[in-house]
Write a protein that binds this ligand. Sequence first.
Ligand code: COI
Length: 357
Amino acid sequence: MGNFKIEKATTTRINNVDWDNLGFGVFFSDHIFVSDYENGKWDEGKIIPYGPMPIEPTMCTLHYGQSIFEGLKAFRDVKGGINIFRPDKNAARLNHSGSRVCIPPFDEKTFVEAIKELVRIDINWVPKKRGQSLYIRPVAFGTGNFLGVHASSTYRLIIMTSPVASYYPEGLNPVKILVSSEYVRAVRGGLGSAKTAANYAASLLAGTLAKKNGFSQVLWLDGVTRHFIDEVGAMNIMFVINDELITPSLEQGTILAGVTRDSVLTLAREWGMKVSERQITIDELIEAYETGKLQEVFGTGTAAVISPVGLIQYNDKSMIINNMEIGPIAQKMYDTITGIQYGELEDVHGWNVHIDI
Ligand code: COI
């Protein structure tokens, strides 16, 4: 158990939650974890009631975007207790992201302990239905007040939680995605492999235009040649071509090292599938489609879990995948990963951090 100061909320907002219509990131639990960085170190952290925080107009993050975040989930185990899925991976990735935008590293064990303690305190906020979970959102940002462009010397880490259902209203039904040939999300040497607020800001315009045209998300191509497929922004992308699972590799530094991505690749290899992490061009994808070799496309992410893709639109080319139906690999991945998360399947990899209640 962590050694955090705890200030309990005197009232709860849990009665305002519409458990049948949770949506994603709409309701926020009663408590948050907060740690501040000052004089070269993070303080021991505290758990306090959720609520507004005063900021000054000069807070550097508002101006220069020195902000990173994470996303992970807690699930009700069918055998009792709560499972937090692979929080150590998020702790490590938070620090990877921080290193790219000069945010000092946070102790990874303390990060996991803080999450466990926060989930324990707001245990009633962990939803009870299959398909629902408690989304955990850590965010860290510069808190200095100045207008010169430089890294802050003070920071805040906040961890909040939110009971959620599926990220896309489509649930497990296939989504439609639009390949952006105009805008790019990341370039080599840029922020693409870091989970920074700026990456998501870069995606908003193309995302808005895509939504207006009936697409759920944008599929990003690389920022230089605009031929290589990167990711979807809210999820990594996987293709099943000729029985081989192919996903863009991490080496270019332009995509996020997704925790679900890693879980899917681990499972696929264990199942004996041919798995390739490599660069793949949009032209190769079109050719696989035209020759009937493109069997499945799905996205992977903490929020999205496994999200089958039913249509990819690239300029005038529409590719309808697997007849707009979820394919067998995506279904098996979804069943296996969620089965482990809800404690229905044996967690042979030790991915769950279990909390007894
Ligand atoms: C997640 O899957 O946790 C994400 O960060 C995607 C999105 C909600 C930003």
